[in-house]
Design a protein. Structure first.
Length: 302
């Protein structure tokens, strides 16, 4: 099944995944694999039939909204209606020195400004949905534990991960700008003390930022964002490992901040890989988002 090529996408994500192209293609097209790393439900019949996925951890995922447009050994393209708007998404696969280069592109998505102004609806969570999904795909292919997914039907934004590193190392990686840049791939400015600021993109781009209400090295921290949302980090060490629990609260529970929460979960996947694979290159090779402010991303990390 073949239909015309995509128009100019609003989102393009590139990642190098640790497996041969054929293995990555199987992970993208095997329903059993999709139900592990992507979402709860999947129905795939290629090359000419069906490519669908849905469930609580898919935006607007109460039922399947995808329609297959094209599939071969290097490309999967499908229409995906999200929040009543039909978009086009495409996976492209190419051989890479680190395994397989995966490029995810998608059209008809809101701009970065629309997402952060909370006017984008379900489509606003697509970018962070895909970054988390691709991070989990990388760990699935690598035989590693996966990071919890975002439940788009729940107002409880709470997740725990176990990291094979001591609490002090985890805390430093979350509060030292140079380390954050390595696992987030973005510029972040931090004033590491009670009352200090934490700004994604740096103080110039995010002048208000968040402020630390609590700051206990090796144990945890509490941040309050300008809109009143509170973020809590709790670190508990045992046998050289750390259970990190992150909770978001203080938001409008009728409209949870899913884009930011899915982004944090994606970041946790990067934090785990950064600490458990010291010296390993980031999987990310590029991120293009319509309206993303210049200078926000760390170009040497994506």
């Amino acid at each position: 099944m073949t239909e015309p090529q995509m128009t100019q996408p609003d989102l393009r994500i590139r990642a190098a995944l640790p497996a041969p192209l054929k293995t990555v293609h199987e992970a993208l097209t095997d329903p059993a694999a999709l139900r592990v790393w992507l979402t709860e439900h999947a129905h795939v019949d290629l090359p000419g039939g069906t490519y669908q996925f849905w469930g609580p951890t898919t935006p607007d995922g109460a039922e399947p909204h995808q329609r297959l447009l094209h599939a071969d050994e290097h490309t999967i393209r499908f229409a995906w209606t999200v929040g009543g708007v039909e978009t086009t998404a495409q996976f492209d696969l190419a051989e890479d020195e680190d395994g397989t280069l995966v490029t995810l592109s998608q059209t008809d998505l809101p701009s970065f400004q629309e997402v952060i102004s909370d006017t984008a609806g379900a489509r606003g969570a697509i970018q962070t949905f895909w970054t988390l999904a691709i991070a989990n795909l990388a760990d699935y292919l690598d035989g590693r534990d996966l990071t919890p997914r975002c439940d788009f039907t729940s107002a409880e934004l709470h997740a725990s991960v176990v990291i094979d590193a001591a609490p002090d190392a985890v805390f430093d990686s979350m509060t030292q700008p140079e380390q954050i840049r390595q696992w987030v791939g973005a510029h972040v400015d931090v004033e590491p003390y009670v009352g200090g600021r934490f700004a994604m993109g740096g103080f110039e781009l995010d002048q208000a930022g968040a402020r630390f209400l609590e700051f206990e090295p090796g144990r945890g921290a509490v941040l309050r964002w300008a809109d009143g949302m509170t973020e809590t980090w709790e670190l508990e060490g045992s046998e050289g490992k750390t259970r990190l629990t992150v909770t978001h609260s203080g938001f409008d529970t009728t409209n949870p901040p899913y884009p930011g929460w899915a982004g944090w979960l994606s970041g946790l996947a990067g934090l785990r890989r950064h600490l458990e694979r010291p010296g390993a290159r980031s999987i990310w090779r590029g991120l293009e988002v319509a309206g993303l402010p210049a200078g926000m991303m760390a170009d040497d990390q994506v």
